[in-house]
Design a protein around this ligand. Structure first.
Ligand code: IMP
Length: 226
């Protein structure tokens, strides 16, 4: 690794911890699209809580990186919603405080999941040439870190273009036994090892149009299995 490249992973603030015994909220307590009735077990993290946590992450990022130019690298597809909301909140802080964080936003698409299983096969689709990151402060924005394999592969790929600094923001980090140990610098929530959908997280492309983070039901898994 180059001397001038700082990669600081290790989760200073590990995020809001959701314990293994958290049953989630009954679906009856919230609105969700009727086309998913029967496909969900519970509301795991309501949309409002996601937004409030994102607002705080934006403040932490602003505190650490404010007054530097950054390149936000949004990891598609699942990261689009979190990235959009995080960028919105950083923009609001830039408008309303003495600090400012000039940002450009770019996208990279990765794919490794079929059904609810991670595959060895990680594809980087589009933006393979990331030479625009050379010498820049990069903030990678991801929806979820499970085993951490995706993040590890992506960091290696990004590092090759010699950015000045890399930070990672991940909305969710799963507690899994086979974790690569690679953790984001900014974490929204640490969650148990359950398959979650919504807020742009999908199961075979379904459930991105759900605003809460929910646990998929067994019948939902069967219905949308490929
Ligand atoms: P990892 O390489 O095992 O960390 O997997 C990360 C990727 O798997 C994420 O970018 C997601 O696309 C996908 N993923 C992992 N867990 C979930 C989940 O619970 N719901 C939806 N997608 C998930």
């Amino acid at each position: 690794m180059a001397d001038d490249l700082t990669i600081q992973t290790g989760g200073k603030d590990g995020g809001i911890v959701i314990n293994d015994d958290w049953p989630g909220y009954s679906l009856e307590l919230f609105n969700y699209p009727k086309h998913y009735s029967g496909d969900l077990e519970c509301v795991y993290i309501p949309h409002g809580v996601i937004m409030d946590r994102t607002e705080r992450l934006a403040r932490n990022i602003m505190g650490d990186l404010g007054d530097h130019d950054i390149v936000v690298l949004c990891v598609l597809k699942a990261g689009y919603q979190f990235c959009a909301d995080l960028v919105e909140r950083i923009k609001a802080l830039s408008r309303n405080s003495d600090h400012t964080l000039p940002m450009s936003v770019n996208f990279i698409r990765l794919k490794s999941y079929v059904n609810d299983q991670s595959t060895e096969d990680l594809h980087i689709v589009g933006a393979e040439d990331l030479s625009f990151l050379t010498g820049k402060n990069v903030l990678i924005v991801e929806a979820i870190v499970d085993t951490g394999k995706t993040m590890k592969t992506l960091l290696k790929h990004v590092e090759a273009f010699r950015p000045k600094m890399i930070k990672v923001a991940g909305l969710l980090v799963k507690r899994v036994p086979n974790s690569s140990g690679c953790l984001p610098d900014y974490v929204g929530f640490e969650i148990p090892n359950r398959f979650v959908v919504g807020y742009a997280l999908d199961y075979n492309e379904y459930f991105r149009d759900l605003n809460h983070i929910c646990v998929i039901s067994e019948s939902g898994k069967l219905k949308y299995k490929v």
